[in-house]
Design a protein. Structure first.
Length: 434
């Protein structure tokens, strides 16, 4: 562990620490001459126990847009040393600001995440997330350096160069979206470099991905490879909010000493029972420039029961089931794209690339799933695989889904940024043609 004393705190001691940090945060926010924070805290009574956090108001993503660019700041601009941004739906990006202490926190939580997947100072880590306004590349970069490992800032794209570089420099760890990690594995195999690689583990986030996709990703490297999920979002800090450790596959440790988690009913905002799925809500306890109270992430997950074999005592959340605002409503049935992915990826004859098309050309929408065969030896079995998948999808989502199975390489890849998996079709133009 990178910070063993902190990461193994008893639940009682952790609660005391969280309560003190929340009280300190609220006391600081009340002193601000800020229209946003004065309105946010109007009517909020003082309290000293983090268990009473439900008395605080939620924060919605729209508030970042409404206060653009600096209305949510809690530190003077001269103390802000960096801003990142994520894309916005209204033409304005979501701006997030960092003080020097926030940058140090960003490095700390990512170093802890790296250590959780088994990284040490001896590792050479190829960072194939995008750099720039996107938080992914720089967050993990500073985490690698804080851990004392060697960072290789490869960024996204150019898979041929990247796999050759991995082989030459002896990269042992990879940080990339799961879709780009698959592209790299395919390119390494095509270029005859798989046997030369020394990769042991990978941190893969920024996109939802199923257990079936994990299996295909781990197998794609042709060696023992530990693929682990990392969770984060720019409104909170970026990557490093939660991590799936080496020993506890399936659940992600939340760094609760910095980010307090709740899970609520997405429709009512009320807490759900432990183990029940709901929307993840996060409060930043230690952010300086731009803290948020009870931020509604729209991500659907649940708290996982029991202790983790790694010894960390922080609560774990299940890997994301989907996003509340990504849910598709097809003929009155609610469908998460992640559910469709799970069915497609669980089939041993399918490859790891797929696309979902919502066909809106008729009076009622139809669903189509496109997936490719795992290897060329299966060419000729497309109809058989498609029939099998359509039957499984009907059993799982209770909806007819047209399935189109093509040869390996038939589904477009995304080499830079997050993979797009869901497409809309409103005319006779194939939405995947571009």
């Amino acid at each position: 562990m990178f910070m063993e004393e902190t990461e193994t705190l008893s639940r009682a001691r952790l609660s005391v620490l969280q309560s003190q940090r929340l009280e300190d945060l609220l006391n600081r926010l009340r002193t601000l001459d800020s229209p946003y924070w004065k309105a946010k805290l109007a009517g909020v009574k003082a309290f000293s126990a983090v268990e009473e956090i439900a008395a605080l108001p939620f924060t919605e993503k729209a508030e970042f847009r409404d206060t653009y660019p600096y209305g949510m700041l809690t530190a003077p601009l001269e103390k802000v040393v960096r801003v990142h941004a994520s894309s916005g739906t209204s033409g304005k990006p979501t701006i997030v600001a960092y003080t020097q202490d926030d940058v140090a926190l960003f490095a700390e939580v990512n170093a802890r995440a790296l250590a959780a997947v088994g990284a040490t100072a001896a590792d050479v880590v190829q960072i194939s997330y995008g750099y720039g306004l996107f938080t992914g590349g720089l967050g993990l970069h500073y985490g690698v350096e804080r851990l004392g490992a060697t960072a290789v800032p490869a960024s996204g794209g150019n898979p041929g160069f990247q796999v050759a570089l991995m082989a030459d420099i002896g990269a042992t760890g990879l940080a990339a979206t799961p879709s780009f990690a698959l592209i790299l594995a395919e390119r390494a195999a095509a270029d005859g470099l798989t046997e030369k690689l020394k990769l042991d583990w990978g941190i893969h986030g920024a996109e939802p991905w199923s257990e079936g996709l994990r299996d295909k990703l781990e197998n794609a490297w042709g060696r023992e490879y530990h693929a682990r999920d990392i969770y984060g979002l720019s409104e909170i800090i970026g990557p490093g909010v939660a991590i799936e450790c080496r020993d506890g596959k399936g659940g992600m440790h939340v760094f609760e000493d910095h980010f307090f988690p709740e899970i609520v009913n997405p429709a009512t905002g009320e807490p759900v029972a432990d183990g029940e799925p709901g929307e993840l809500v996060l409060t930043t306890l230690t952010k300086q420039a731009q803290p948020v109270l009870r931020y509604r992430t729209r991500d659907i997950t649940r708290f996982m029961p029991g202790d983790c074999p790694c010894g960390r005592t922080s609560r774990r959340i299940a890997r994301l089931e989907g996003r509340a605002d990504d849910m598709l409503i097809i003929r009155g049935i609610n469908v998460y794209p992640r559910t469709i992915e799970t069915v497609l990826m669980d089939d041993p004859d399918t490859g790891a690339n797929y696309a979902i098309i919502v066909d809106r050309r008729g009076e009622l929408p139809e669903l189509e799933a496109r997936v490719e065969l795992a290897h060329t030896g299966l060419v000729g079995s497309e109809d058989q695989v498609a029939t099998r998948l359509a039957e499984r999808l009907m059993e799982t989502v209770r909806l007819r889904v047209k399935v189109d199975v093509g040869p390996p390489g038939s589904v477009p890849r995304t080499e830079v940024g997050k993979a797009k998996r869901v497409f809309e079709q409103t005319d006779d133009t194939d939405p995947l043609a571009s």
